[in-house]
Design a binder for this molecule. Structure first.
Ligand code: ADP
Ligand code: MG
Length: 327
């Protein structure tokens, strides 16, 4: 019979074995009742949490290393979207059982990315139940300088980093809505599982972008979030939207188009900027080696419209214009 003490001992062992690493950025890391962090003078503390639940946010058969990566990546992306420098994370893990191979792979994915971005895991919680993970990330941004969703003004340009659609195309493929060639699926699914958080870009956009968001819900839906908080509308030009070679093969079909403009999980940054910032943004793209593409314009009014080369509204299956109009 497992006693309560034995159960707790294995939980401590699990934490010690997989999730205790030196917390370089913190005054105190894993092990006590709370971690301690020292926030620099003149900085705001940026805090964000994201939960991923098996079957809802990821396919149950996902490689645990990819999952470890993604659970942190989506949180780093929120720091990027605020223009914040990430430093600290906590991890609340709910596990159906203790599988040390699974945990080692998950921890590898998590810590490889944490090291890349100099983020310390400073605490968390470990419980038994259906597989889910919640990461809280904290970072710093100079007081008052965070990129918010509410600063877009009519006439500003709308920009997006990288390319959009591959992650959602992989999901659509899994759901049988589009058919990707095998090699294309393998490439697209890595953008789903291992998105690249645009942390350096977010910080470089401070003082340049008038609003920003990371693309998690879908390009048009996320632009709509900006519109709601900025009290503006937006016109997005379909031919300008940057898509990968895989995306180009599928954008001509309705299901493909829907995945690209309305599917999420890209974790690219979408931001607005005044039109006299175009040169600075092009320079930034050059310096960071990240494509930055102007895809539309902020307008007066409400709602997001998607238009073709001739300026005509583009109809989307189940995602009509109205879907994104302000309610
Ligand atoms: P408490 O009973 O005070 O909540 P716990 O037993 O839950 O403490 O956790 C012990 C220590 O291990 C704490 O410092 C906590 O932050 C840390 N911890 C627990 N689970 C994790 C995890 N999955 N990842 C990182 N740290 C964890
Ligand atoms: Mg606890």
């Amino acid at each position: 019979m497992t006693t309560q003490t034995e159960k707790l001992t294995s939980e401590f062992d699990l934490i010690a074995r997989h999730f205790t690493r030196p917390a370089a950025n913190a005054v105190l890391g894993v092990g006590d009742d709370a971690a301690l962090i020292d926030v620099s003078n003149g900085m705001d503390l940026a805090v964000s949490t994201d939960t991923m639940v098996s079957g809802t946010h990821f396919f149950p058969d996902v490689d645990p290393e990819n999952l470890g990566h993604k659970s942190l990546a989506v949180n780093l992306s929120d720091m990027a979207a605020m223009g914040a420098m990430p430093y600290w994370a906590t991890l609340a893990l709910t596990l159906p059982s203790v599988d040390h191979d699974w945990l080692a792979a998950f921890a590898k994915g998590f810590f490889d990315l944490a090291e890349e971005f100099n983020v310390s895991l400073i605490g968390g919680d470990t419980t038994r139940g259906p597989l889910a993970m919640t990461v809280t990330i904290m970072g710093e941004v100079p007081a008052g300088a965070a990129l918010r969703r509410g600063g877009a003004k009519a006439g500003h340009d709308i920009w997006v980093s990288g390319s959009v659609g591959d992650a959602a195309l992989a999901v659509a493929h899994r759901h049988g809505k589009v058919v990707l060639a095998e090699a294309d699926y393998r490439e697209a699914v890595m953008r789903l599982y291992e998105p690249t958080p645009r942390v350096a870009l977010g910080q470089a956009l401070r003082g340049l972008a008038t609003s920003a968001i990371d693309i998690s819900d879908g390009l048009l839906a996320d632009i709509h979030h900006i519109c709601r908080l900025s009290n503006v509308g937006a016109k997005v030009e379909l031919p300008l939207i940057p898509v990968s070679a895989i995306g180009r093969k599928h954008i001509g079909l309705k299901e493909g188009l829907t995945a690209i403009v309305a599917g999420g999980d890209d974790y690219e940054l979408c931001f607005t900027a005044a039109s006299n910032s175009r040169e600075s943004i092009a320079e930034l793209a050059e310096i960071l080696g990240v494509p930055l593409t102007r895809i539309g314009t902020v307008s007066r009014g409400k709602g997001v419209s998607l238009v073709d080369a001739g300026g005509k509204a583009v109809a989307l299956d189940g995602y009509g214009f109205d879907h994104f109009a302000a309610s």
